[in-house]
Design a protein around this ligand. Structure first.
Ligand SMILES: Nc1ncnc2c1ncn2[C@@H]1O[C@H](COP(=O)(O)OP(=O)(O)OP(=O)(O)O)[C@@H](O)[C@H]1O
Ligand SMILES: [Mg+2]
Length: 143
């Protein structure tokens, strides 16, 4: 890995649940190579699986692909998951209400889990164009 430049890897993945494991396996190899500890790698694997599942579930087009981009820096891994789905209103994504989880199906847990496990999470979405989630995990303690 170069000290000044980031290294990048890009995947284009079919909008099908059976391919989520490809993203999980790829990020495992990348994070392991970067030197993340087991706990960090597990966090990243769960986060990327939730982001890919959202791209597939809310993307709504089986014949399309979504993209996953990995940017490896000295001190952090940034992952972007970008789909061409219907998009959503990001401000309407609320934290789950843990008192009424069973009664209210709406809300979901994926984004909440991603925000809990990753250090920085940004979501942008455009109606009819798609959604991009960018999530960063720093290496080591102190972040
Ligand atoms: N890639 C996406 N495209 C369009 N809408 C999205 C996308 N990701 C998230 N959303 C919207 O944000 C909501 C919350 O996402 P989240 O992953 O937290 O929950 P969920 O997918 O509904 O359920 P769960 O992940 O718990 O199975 C979704 O219901 C959806 O409306
Ligand atoms: Mg979800």
């Amino acid at each position: 890995m170069n000290k000044t430049n980031s290294d990048q890897i890009q995947l284009s993945i079919p909008n099908k649940p059976e391919y989520v494991s490809v993203a999980r396996l790829t990020v495992t190899a990348i994070a392991n190579r970067m030197g993340f500890d087991i706990e960090g790698i597990e966090d990243i694997k769960v986060a990327i699986a939730e982001a890919c599942t959202n791209a597939i579930t809310h993307g709504k087009n089986e014949n399309d692909n979504f993209s996953v981009n990995f940017i490896m820096d000295e001190e952090k891994l940034t992952i972007t998951v970008c789909d061409h789905g219907m998009g959503c209103i990001v401000n309407n994504i609320k934290k789950p209400d843990f008192n009424h989880l069973n009664q209210e199906k709406e809300g979901g847990l994926g984004i909440f889990i991603i925000r809990s496990l990753m250090d920085d999470v940004q979501i942008t979405s455009n109606h009819g164009i798609g959604t991009t989630i960018t999530m960063t995990k720093y290496m080591g303690d102190g972040y």
